[in-house]
Design a protein around this ligand. Structure first.
Ligand code: HEM
Length: 177
């Protein structure tokens, strides 16, 4: 997984919980905390850091993933030139993530492995899609969608329904309110 994802996570932990907690979760995992934005790292390391942070703070892994996803949205958005002004809504942006952005990510970094979205149905007010990823980070996805809606100044409701026990496939129903 790309280093930008890790660097952003550690920055959020430091800003939210302080340097000491940040150092503690790194130490617990014998992790030196050095991530360059172009490097590629094992995504299990991110899961381990989130698990440690959850134990230390008492905040659930799902909630931590969501908060992280919400805050990383704008960093990802700004990391790809030309996205500003291309989409005008949460729904059209999510479609462009599947049809363009994640495809570009794979072209740019041959070992990147972003999730797949299968669009099930779409009306003006509701989008139903399946998140598919062996990385099982559906709550990061939830946070990213919330960050996206905030960016476009839209109010949305999201329900999630696991399609597989390991949550490698999760159905998202996103509704404008
Ligand atoms: C609504 C917006 C977005 C959603 C819902 C979304 C969803 C996700 C999720 C859930 C992951 C974690 C990996 C996984 O679950 O398999 C991910 C990874 C990633 N996404 Fe997106 N994403 C969004 C926007 C963007 C944008 C704007 C960029 C801009 C470049 C981007 C680039 C990436 C990259 C680089 C990774 C890491 C892939 C890897 O290292 O293997 N995403 N995305």
């Amino acid at each position: 997984m790309k280093g930008i994802i890790f660097a952003e996570f550690l920055e959020l932990v430091e800003d939210t919980f302080g340097l000491e907690i940040c150092q503690q979760i790194l130490d617990e995992n014998q992790n030196d905390g050095v991530y360059t934005s172009v490097g590629t790292y094992d995504h299990h390391d991110l899961i381990k850091l989130i698990v440690s942070l959850s134990k230390l703070t008492g905040i659930s892994i799902e909630d931590l993933q969501e908060v992280y996803g919400k805050s990383v949205f704008i960093t990802l958005f700004n990391s790809m030139p030309g996205l500003e002004g291309k989409s005008d809504s949460t729904f059209s942006f999510i479609k462009s993530v599947e049809e363009y952005i994640h495809i570009e990510v794979k072209k740019l970094y041959e070992n990147a492995n972003p999730p797949t979205f299968n669009f099930i149905s779409a009306t003006e007010s509701q989008l139903v899609m399946d998140y598919v990823s062996a990385r099982c980070m559906s709550h990061v996805c939830l946070g990213l969608i919330r960050g996206c809606a905030e960016h476009f100044g839209e109010n949305i409701e999201i329900t999630m329904e696991p399609m597989t026990a390991d949550r490698s496939e999760v159905r998202f129903t996103i509704t404008y309110v």
